[in-house]
Design a protein around this ligand. Sequence first.
Ligand SMILES: Cc1cc2nc3c(=O)[nH]c(=O)nc-3n(C[C@H](O)[C@H](O)[C@H](O)COP(=O)(O)O)c2cc1C
Length: 358
Amino acid sequence: MPTEQLQKLALGLFMPNCSNMPSISTHRVVKDQWTYEHNESLALAAESYGFEYLFPVSRWRGFGGETNFLGTSLETTTWAAALLRATSSINVFSTVHIPLFHPFVVAKMGATLSHMSGNRWGLNVVSGWSEREFGMMGISLAEHTRRYERTSCFIEILKKLWSAEDQPFNYECDWYSVSGGQASPVPEVPPMIANAGVSEDAKNMTARLCDWAFISTPSIDVVGSIIDDIALKAQVFGRSVKTAIFPFLIWGESRVEAEDRLASIISEKDEVATANWLHDLTAGSGSFDVFTSDMLAASGGGVHMVGSAADVAEQLIEAHRAGVNAVMLTFPEYLDDLHRFAKEIQPTLTEAGCIAAN
Ligand SMILES: Cc1cc2nc3c(=O)[nH]c(=O)nc-3n(C[C@H](O)[C@H](O)[C@H](O)COP(=O)(O)O)c2cc1C
């Protein structure tokens, strides 16, 4: 579709609330990117540049090796509470592992965060996949389809707990037994719900119950077909779902300079952590089968956008044309790169009609 007929692309950040985000590499690591202070500076800068979304990563344990990739992390509901109070217009999501929380707890946290923030909070659900983390807690990982069945039940309960008209209610499933379920306050506006995942199970669940599909794609060439598939599945339920991806942006004076930078990140890949990441992430999933270890090492699973500033702008415009609604950007050096992005790439996107003027 021509750019001018599309809804504008929304900008967001996939935040570095965990150590070593986003690369599984020892190359030029910014040591304290994960700290709250750094996250708040980023959030305020992003908001000033007209960004609309902040998504965090939820992690409970690192992935070993020299980097212990994502091993130090800030919990995402408490993180969101502080950021929502520090900012005034940007939407902040929390990422929640379904098997680790009871839906009543998440409903209450979500209602609280919504009331605290003028309805700027959203929930990103993850169904769990890391044996490393769950095993450490003595929790077993269910088979893939069952994970999403549980997530569906969780969201159904959540929606009732966020809707006064639906209360009190009873709900029975393999995981939860609710009798006379009620919660107050309910949010003034139902919080946005995103699902992070891209398997058939994930897409089916997202189509029925979520507002956003937060997906990984190996290239922009294939993202359109993933989006069309989710749209078709959602149509069955008379719904539409928006799609967000998380590109990893590297740009320089020239394409060669940017490619060299990417090559340096990959050449200093943390082999142990990358292998652990790949092992857990791909178990039972299928969603990352075409990702090479080098692709994952550079971005954790985000699509690479590399080249001159003009090249990267063009790739973002391509993603928009393919139907992507939002990009949760990741950068090697978040704060510096965000300022550079606003100066060197954002104006091209505005001129092209891809994003709204700030
Ligand atoms: C964009 C995106 C963000 C994700 N964020 C997290 C996260 O913060 N924590 C987590 O444990 N898993 C996260 N995941 C992993 C997913 O929850 C999921 O387990 C993985 O994509 C495999 O699921 P699938 O087989 O349904 O695609 C994320 C996945 C994607 C695509």
